[in-house]
Ligand binder design. Structure first.
Ligand code: PMP
Length: 284
């Protein structure tokens, strides 16, 4: 089938592979009313799975889509689905909601016509020693007034994709995206941190970027381990002069930056410690 590494739960049944879920009159395929979340199963653990299940419900609500699954039920279903894979596989967990019934205007004819699916697939995480290069993107994050930034909604991602493409075309792995005021927001699918003189700094959530679950977890872990962590407004120039830069996100957890523009950086001790603390927390 080409999708033998995938299991999808929809309408009460598990399907092996990638079943068609939307039609040409589905509201989401037409007008973009879909939300999703991303979480991980690896080494027998699913860190913060309850928070990811809660977030997809909150994202649905932010778009006026009625979330039909209880978070505990969704987490349980995830556990059931992950058991279909080999225990050494690293699984990406993608719950999704979308509005089904189309209407004549922009809103779904029946906002209660929610559909849900849970898609699980094999997606190896980056190696422990992986690191990335980053560059400043010419593109910006939208504000709350221009896009539903409080939701993890599919409609936000074409902007992230063009930022990523533009960076890739210039030979970088990822892009630093700023908000409309010019302050650093995040990478294209991960949050950003830097360390300077032993202290950790990261942009404060200001409604323009995702306050990642991994971000919040890493802040708590580093703080408990005795590091000072400052959440504040940050300019790109501060990152250019950082001792260390690293990103956080569910996909690869903690990833050090090895180059910013034309400046090489050493993957440093704080990023390594953050990763180690994350693994200890996940496996506790
Ligand atoms: N920002 C964006 C735009 C993302 O897509 C992600 C991945 N969900 C993140 C940040 C990191 O968030 P989390 O730690 O919750 O995965």
């Amino acid at each position: 089938s080409g999708w033998s590494d995938t299991w999808t739960w929809i309408d009460g049944t598990w399907h092996e592979g990638n079943p068609p879920i939307m039609g040409p009159r589905t509201h989401a395929s037409w007008l973009g009313s879909s939300v999703f979340d991303g979480a991980r199963f690896f080494e027998g653990v699913m860190p913060d799975i309850d928070l990811h299940c809660k977030r997809v419900n909150d994202s649905a609500q932010a778009l006026g889509i009625n979330p039909t699954m209880r978070t505990g039920e969704m987490a349980e279903l995830t556990r059931e689905g992950c058991a279909k894979f080999k225990s050494d596989q690293q699984i990406y967990i993608k719950p999704m909601y979308w509005a089904e019934n189309d209407g004549v205007g922009v809103i779904a004819a029946d906002p209660q016509s929610t559909r849900f699916c849970l898609c699980l697939f094999d997606a190896p995480m980056a190696a422990k020693d992986a690191s990335v290069s980053i560059t400043l993107s010419p593109f910006r994050r939208p504000t709350m007034e221009t896009m539903p930034v409080n939701a993890k909604a599919g409609c936000l991602y074409p902007n992230n994709a063009r930022a990523m493409l533009e960076a890739r075309n210039r030979g970088f792995d990822n892009a630093v995206v700023r908000d409309m005021l010019g302050n650093v927001a995040e990478l294209t699918s991960a949050n950003i941190f830097m360390a300077k003189e032993g202290k950790v700094h990261t942009p404060a959530p200001n409604g323009t970027f995702l306050n990642g679950i991994t971000r919040q977890r890493v802040i708590r872990l580093l703080s408990s381990a005795g590091y000072e962590v400052f959440e504040r407004t940050m300019g790109y120039d501060e990152f250019l002069e950082a001792d260390e830069i690293f990103s956080t996100g569910n996909y690869n957890k903690v990833t050090p930056v090895k180059r910013i523009e034309d400046r090489d950086l050493q993957p440093g001790p704080i990023a390594a410690r953050a990763r180690e603390l994350y693994w200890e927390f996940s496996h506790a």
